[in-house]
Write a protein of this length. Structure first.
Length: 217
């Protein structure tokens, strides 16, 4: 298990423009050849957007992009004609496939925080697609078949234990609270990369929210 702390993330974005980005993997000008990916995961970005701030229209291709809103509301528009508002508890999935352009903004009056994960597809190309699942339940994993991945959301109460999926690769990201995993204390923004996960449990020290990615490759 490889633990990465919140303070180790690469800082990016445009803070004067209200965009504060924190990257878990090699990203843009922060090139690190030893931190390019984990399994199918090639990015896990924490984004903080001030009211009125955002990312103008930009392209993506050959990437499965999954977004989890922590607080605030995210406005999404893309070149395939989708325009939605994503709220806490929703899962947004944009399959960029052969190519798509999109806009992400905070059009609300309060700060926006979201976690965005990029996954490499099993097969490049294809037709872009979009999905938003409102209010995903803890017991219902969200499948990203194009990347051979499952997202498990855990919101344990203090003292509650939950199983970590048995998988070739598991990526755990703490959204809020304090959890203990394999003897390590994890706090908001911390993550753990687990190879060959088998029989592991996490315990919530406080009320918590955790994203667990189960990756087959």
């Amino acid at each position: 298990m490889d633990v990465r702390r919140a303070g180790e993330r690469y800082r990016g974005g445009d803070r004067e423009g209200g965009v504060d980005s924190r990257h878990a993997f090699s990203f843009g000008p922060h090139y690190d050849p030893d931190n390019l990916r984990f399994g199918a995961m090639i990015a896990c970005n924490e984004e903080r957007l001030a009211p009125g701030a955002g990312f103008g229209e930009h392209p993506h291709s050959h990437t499965e992009i999954v977004t989890w809103v922590v607080e605030g509301e995210l406005t999404h528009r893309d070149s395939a004609g989708h325009e939605t508002t994503v709220r806490p508890g929703d899962v947004q999935h944009l399959s960029a496939a052969a190519g798509v352009r999109h806009v992400e903004r905070n059009d609300g009056g309060t700060p926006l925080t979201f976690v965005q994960t990029w996954l490499a597809p099993l097969t490049p190309g294809g037709t872009p697609s979009y999905e938003r699942i409102a209010g995903i339940a803890d017991a219902t994993p969200y499948a990203v078949p194009g990347a051979g991945a499952l997202l498990h959301v855990r919101r344990p109460a203090p003292g509650e234990r939950a199983a970590v999926p048995d998988a070739a690769y598991v990526y755990a990201h703490v959204v809020r609270g304090h959890v203990r995993l394999a003897g390590e204390d994890l706090h908001p923004g911390d993550s753990a990369r687990i190879t060959g996960a088998n029989g592991l449990e996490m315990e919530a020290v406080t009320a918590a929210e955790l994203l667990l990615w189960e990756l087959t490759r």
